[in-house]
Design a protein around this ligand. Structure first.
Ligand code: TRP
Ligand code: SF4
Length: 336
């Protein structure tokens, strides 16, 4: 049995935070341990440029940050191929071929693209770029260039995988059965809320805990977390369900601790400051091995480079094979 190729990736627009950890990284580390899988992870710098075209320094810098985040959470380069998207020219070529197989109306209807365009008014104003509107096409190229079969993603990415499947079916119906149709698998917790209670965690919102955060940074952030606003005095009875500290206890503390937090809070037997201190400690302890590995890679950038170079070389060879089949099917295999 050939191994099942798994394809995932991230846009390098910032360091990764615990939302990424619970949303996808943890699952990717688990999946790579299954010998039936052959996981590839792309650092999607070209996709990052679709909404950061005016900020190439940011993308450039974050390619290495994201690579270090992967390595520090335990993505093992001997099991997972990590590569840089822009170094695979076949992905750009496929994007051009696929752009004939998708209509502008269909892209405009893609719910993920729609939401993102609405969120990015300050970049695009009233009129979105061709590149951004078309990024689902390039994401379809990301997946199919490597014959990705399984794509572990968060819920927000499902419309992109659906669009990729449509492109694959269209391609195969016109040019012959060449492309592999991927399947999405949900990769973990739904979105993790920010410390401020916002549904989304992110840099621009200032409500995220990064995998690289120091103990002091974690303490400071947890201290600013939103708690039950109706609790003023220490012995006021609280409602943990509206408290972000409790929400995070459920992610980082043992089941027993979490139960105690809940009952003591409800009974008014627990101070919020002590509750936060306990949480900060648990988050710090959980992230400690990640932080330590990250510190190692920060002082050994040549090792990170080597991993990226090797992963990218391997990915280039894989994409070249797919491209041969695609060009043959499309009658573009001149002088072969
Ligand atoms: N769109 C994904 C994100 O924003 C990143 C990505 C690019 C991706 N290409 C991919 C994910 C291919 C899965 C498969 O997080
Ligand atoms: Fe939140 Fe803990 Fe305060 Fe209850 S005691 S409101 S769970 S911080």
């Amino acid at each position: 049995m050939p191994k099942k190729r798994i394809l995932t990736g991230d846009r390098p627009t910032g360091k990764l935070h615990i939302g990424h950890y619970f949303g996808s990284l943890k699952k990717r580390v688990e999946l790579q341990e299954n010998p039936e899988y052959d996981p590839y992870i792309l650092i999607a710098d070209v996709q990052a440029l679709t909404d950061n075209f005016n900020n190439p320094e940011k993308v450039r810098k974050n390619v290495r940050e994201v690579a270090m985040d992967y390595l520090s959470v335990g993505i093992d380069p001997n099991k997972t191929t990590i590569y840089i998207q822009s170094m695979i020219p076949e992905v750009a070529e496929l994007t051009v071929f696929y752009s004939n197989l998708v209509t502008i109306a269909r892209l405009q209807r893609n719910p993920t693209v729609k939401t993102e365009i609405a969120q990015k008014r300050e970049i695009f104003g009233e009129s979105v770029t061709y590149g951004f509107l078309g990024y689902p096409v390039s994401q379809a190229a990301d997946i199919t260039a490597f014959e990705g079969k399984l794509v572990p993603v968060g819920e927000d990415q499902l419309p992109l995988i659906e669009q990729c499947r449509e492109i694959v079916r269209k391609f195969n119906s016109i040019y012959g059965d060449v492309l592999v149709e991927p399947e999405a698998i949900l990769s973990g917790n739904k979105r993790i809320k920010g410390l401020d209670g916002n549904d989304k965690m992110g840099k621009s919102l200032g409500n995220a805990i990064y995998l690289s955060d120091s103990e002091e940074e974690i303490n400071k952030k947890v201290m600013s977390a939103v708690t039950d606003p109706n609790r003023i005095k220490k012995d006021d009875k609280g409602n943990p369900d509206v408290c972000m500290v409790y929400y995070y206890h459920k992610l980082f503390s043992t089941e027993e601790e979490t139960k105690t937090v809940c009952s003591e809070c409800k009974a008014g037997e627990r101070g919020c400051v002590a509750c936060k201190k306990q949480l900060a400690k648990n988050i710090s302890d959980t992230l400690k091995p990640i932080r330590e590995r990250r510190a190692y890679y920060e002082t050994h950038p040549e090792e990170v480079d080597k991993i990226l170079i090797e992963g990218t070389k391997k990915a280039q060879a894989t994409a070249r094979e797919t491209m041969k089949k695609v060009k043959k099917a499309m009658m573009l295999d001149y002088f072969e």
